[in-house]
Design a binder for this molecule. Structure first.
Ligand code: ADP
Length: 394
């Protein structure tokens, strides 16, 4: 008998509703690892689960895979409740930080593993392996011994192997975190390309916001077992739902909009706590209180893409219950050093990074922010010296 389907399950793709996962230790203590999370992943969509270590990302992923049993809530695929469906019958693929390649098999025979298990005809296997090695940028690597591969190449093979059986959903748990930073950034973009080229629906766990932004169509931010916000990369950056989300994305200082109205709309700033998640009913189900939003905001979002972004967002801030309570998040690069700038501050430290200078300034009434100087001939600032600052011009 088909189990009953919850009425609010999405018809296609992944549906997670009110999911709760506990861990019970031997001494009887109970840890709440996932607390009332609801989200959806549409067919062909790549969703990143982003959050600090211990926020519950892996547990959520493992519950979707069927490796953890939820204490409450439902997980559906194409509207069908997966409770009681064992891991190997879900049709999902898994990829981990260590790709766990078979050392005694060649690259091609690693990639073909799932196809062999499914008794796919040999010729078809060969064609599929060649196709996938091309997708992950390893054309001609088929006969190589896996021991001869670099870390990045190994993870590419692991990705090709995970994609080969055409999983309904691919679950990736920090697949790049063992690699060095420069390689990680490049591979994140390549993983996205491979997922899109194969039309794969995927959930990608990471603690690195750059990686999440490089890989995902939408990003779900988790903290302390709870879902804080689900949004596309641009909306998330422009409209973090809370200060916690903004801090996690790298915003450095938080000031009342009422006092810094002139800075609203400057590059590297965001008005916190409005929009974004508010349009997302699923976040409400995740236990976060958000405001129902209005047409003015949707309209504002459109206008903010064009000219007069600052004006549009100031209008929004006013429309959204006045400027009194609104908070402006200031990120690296939002302010620049300008002799006639309206803000003053004291230089804390200054250094070169990737051809520009980054200066940490303790700005009066704001706090410490990173000022980026893109001048052709940038100068280091003396710690302790006073500077004036203005909104950066993009
Ligand atoms: P993340 O993937 O975001 O780092 P996890 O899902 O691994 O987070 O962990 C979430 C919480 O659950 C953490 O507090 C962690 O200590 C706890 N936890 C994870 N796995 C277990 C386990 N097997 N037994 C007990 N507690 C666990």
């Amino acid at each position: 008998m088909t189990p009953p389907t919850p009425v609010d399950a999405p018809r296609a793709g992944l549906g997670v509703r009110g999911l709760v996962v506990h861990y019970r230790d031997d001494d009887g203590t109970v840890a709440l690892a996932v607390d009332g999370v609801s989200l959806e992943v549409a067919p062909g969509e790549v969703l990143a689960l982003l959050g600090p270590s211990g926020s519950g990302k892996s547990t959520l992923l493992r519950a979707i895979a069927g490796l953890e049993r939820p204490s409450a809530g439902t997980i559906t695929w194409d509207g069908r409740d997966l409770a009681g469906v064992p891991v190997h019958r879900r049709g999902f693929g898994l990829m981990f930080q260590d790709g766990q390649l078979f050392a005694h098999r060649s690259v091609a025979r690693n990639v073909s593993f799932g196809l062999e298990m499914a008794h796919v005809p040999r010729a078809e296997q060969r064609a599929r392996v060649a196709e996938l090695l091309a997708v992950v940028g390893l054309e001609g690597f088929g006969d190589r011994d896996v021991a001869s591969l670099s870390g990045g190449e190994r993870q590419r093979v692991a990705l090709a192997r995970a994609l080969a059986p055409e999983p309904a959903l691919l679950l990736l748990d920090e697949p790049l975190s063992a690699l060095d930073r420069a390689l990680r950034e490049r591979l994140a973009a390549e993983v996205r390309t491979a997922l899109k080229a194969t039309g794969t629906t995927a959930v990608f766990v990471t603690h690195d916001h750059d990686e999440a932004f490089a890989v995902a169509d939408r990003i779900a931010v988790l903290d302390q077992a709870r879902l804080l916000q689900v949004d596309g990369p641009v909306e998330l950056w422009r409209r973090p739902a809370s200060r916690r989300v903004a801090e996690f994305l790298g915003f450095e200082a938080f000031v009342p909009v009422a006092q810094f109205e002139w800075l609203v709309g400057a590059p590297g700033t965001a008005v916190v706590g409005r929009g974004g998640a508010a349009r997302d009913s699923e976040v409400r189900a995740g236990g976060v209180e958000v405001r129902a939003d209005d047409e003015a905001l949707a309209d504002g979002a459109t206008r903010a893409d064009g000219d007069g972004a600052g004006t549009a967002r100031r209008d929004e801030a006013r429309a959204d219950g006045g400027l009194g309570g609104a908070v402006l998040a200031i990120g690296p690069g939002a302010l620049e050093i300008a002799d006639d700038g309206p803000l003053g501050g004291r230089v804390v430290a200054s250094g070169f990074r990737r051809g520009v200078t980054e200066t940490t300034v303790d700005v009066d009434g704001v706090g410490e922010v990173t000022v980026v100087d893109h001048a052709a001939d940038p100068v280091l600032r003396e710690p302790g010296s006073r500077v004036h600052l203005a909104a950066a011009t993009a």
